[in-house]
Design a protein around this ligand. Structure first.
Ligand SMILES: C[S@@+](CC[C@H](N)C(=O)[O-])C[C@H]1O[C@@H](n2cnc3c(N)ncnc32)[C@H](O)[C@@H]1O
Length: 467
């Protein structure tokens, strides 16, 4: 290990920064987030620098240099374009034997300022010893994406209960088991969701009961329409933290690859016309896993609450008193629309958008309100409508929608094998058959379905003009 990270408590820490330029300002911006007393020394400061930290940081005249340095714990020298001034500052700091960082001069540094991961009282430091600072920043961003915003709140919350936990659990092993369960279980999730009041009540009850066994939790998670990058940060976090994941057919292999290696994966693969695990059995599996104290993820394509039976699963879990949270996903309508450049609403063409299912329990087209769906200036998005598309177009036209209304059919939207087909409402079934579309696919009906081709032709025209 070339570098050794240490963390200074900042409550009674004095730091001196030399320099009035941008480099100094960047370092002061980091220090200003701490409790430290920060004094900046320079012959002149820009008004922007002073305004940014007014009242928080001392802007000291050079006459005070020696006094301030003598009181400091460490010093940062960020003097730009003035070598004699830099050397003078460095000599003074060396006289006091203080650790010093000289910005952009690694050979003069006793310490480096790492890339800082800041989650309140949880702080991480990433450094590459000056080899590749950009890499340190990239690593920090990736870690930040995995750590919930309220991680620091959770640490503070735990700190507030340390005394009570110590008093309740005499054995060190019981204390550790309690903390491990608490920091991964429903109480922690409540704190991370911003509900500290409820978390506090549950924490008191768990301490009182001397509870050391695990409490299960189920996250019903939307995996989005297919593209891995459309997964939310929260979905990624709970997926990587799960003990067991129950997933649907619509979830792609690259998303499943994000699951922790030692977690169990169970396919409850529902696909069109084939329910490999009946819905009630899925409820039972989720309930049993949660009751065994596991962190359970129920992973579904798109969004769990849009034609995803997320409501049924949530109801079944809550009825058993199991802690359950829903993590939304990007529904396929939104993913497909974005991927095709097809705005679902548009001021000139569609003032509303309606999501309907094209598939009733009996496999036929559902009993929808066709006259209202046939009204102009709206977009109708049909999920699971490939098999019933002929009936859907017939019903809409019979209810008054124009036969030439534009339609788009998008299969495997946002995935590498995405297919898009454009045509008219009267030709919907032929369009699907002609393009060999089997699903998963969405039918998008309304004037907006003509916009991708319109956008494309106007772009081609403008390119011709440029040529
Ligand atoms: C049971 S529903 C689930 C919908 C999902 N909960 C959502 O929010 O997208 C399955 C239907 O969603 C649509 N679908 C899901 N993923 C899709 C994709 N990548 N491209 C097109 N349609 C998709 C299809 O209509 C498919 O038949």
């Amino acid at each position: 290990m070339e570098l050794f990270p240490v963390f200074f408590g900042t409550k009674s820490l004095n730091v001196v920064v030399f320099g009035g330029g941008e480099n100094a300002r960047r370092k002061v911006r980091l220090l200003a987030k701490t409790h430290a007393r920060v004094d900046v020394i320079a012959p002149v400061f820009s008004p922007e620098f002073v305004n940014e930290f007014a009242g928080r940081v001392g802007f000291a005249p050079e006459a005070l240099t020696e006094v301030l340095v003598s009181e400091a714990k460490f010093v940062i020298i960020a003097i730009e374009d003035d070598e004699p001034a830099l050397e003078a500052a460095l000599n003074l700091v060396r006289q006091y034997n203080l650790p010093v960082n000289v910005v952009d001069r690694p050979e003069l540094c006793d310490f480096t300022v790492p890339s800082i991961l800041d989650r309140g009282s949880v702080v991480g430091a990433i450094a590459t010893g000056g080899a590749a600072p950009v890499m340190a920043r990239n690593i920090r961003s990736r870690l930040e994406a995995l750590l919930p915003k309220r991680t620091g709140d959770l640490a503070n919350f735990a700190r507030g209960f340390r005394g009570k936990v110590k008093a309740r659990f005499a054995e060190e092993s019981d204390r550790r088991a309690f903390w491990e369960n608490m920091l991964r279980g429903p109480i922690a999730e409540k704190v991370l969701a911003g509900d500290e009041g409820a978390a506090r009540v549950e924490m008191d009850a768990a301490i009182e009961a001397g509870k050391t066994e695990k409490t299960g939790i189920v996250h019903i998670v939307g995996a989005g329409p297919g593209d891995l990058e459309l997964l939310t940060l929260k979905a990624l976090r709970v997926l990587q933290d799960a003990d067991i994941v129950f997933y649907d057919n619509l979830v792609g292999a690259d998303i499943l690859d994000l699951i922790r290696r030692d977690a169990d994966r169970v396919s409850v693969g529902k696909s069109k016309g084939y329910h490999s695990v009946p819905q009630e059995d899925i409820h039972e599996l989720l309930i049993m896993a949660a009751k065994a104290g596991k962190r359970v993820v129920r992973l579904k394509g798109g969004d769990p609450f849009i034609f995803g039976r997320g409501g049924e699963e949530l109801g079944a879990l809550l009825a058993e008193g199991i802690e359950a949270q829903v993590v939304p996903g990007i529904s396929s309508a939104l993913g497909c629309a974005a991927s095709a450049g097809l705005p679902l609403t548009h001021r000139d063409h569609a003032q509303s958008v309606t999501f309907v299912t094209g598939h009733a329990r009996n496999g036929r087209v559902p009993d929808l309100d066709w006259p209202s769906l046939a009204r102009q200036n709206q977009t109708v998005v049909v999920y699971m409508g490939v098999g019933t598309s002929a009936q859907i177009s017939e019903n809409l036209i019979a209810a008054g929608r124009g036969a030439s209304t534009p339609v788009a059919v998008i299969e495997n939207g946002t995935r590498e094998n995405e297919i898009r087909a454009y045509g008219k409402l009267s030709e919907l079934a032929c369009l699907i058959e002609g393009n060999g579309i089997k699903g998963p696919a969405l039918l998008i009906i309304g004037e907006v379905a003509a916009l991708p081709e319109l956008f494309l032709s106007s772009m081609q025209k403008s390119l011709e003009i440029v040529e």
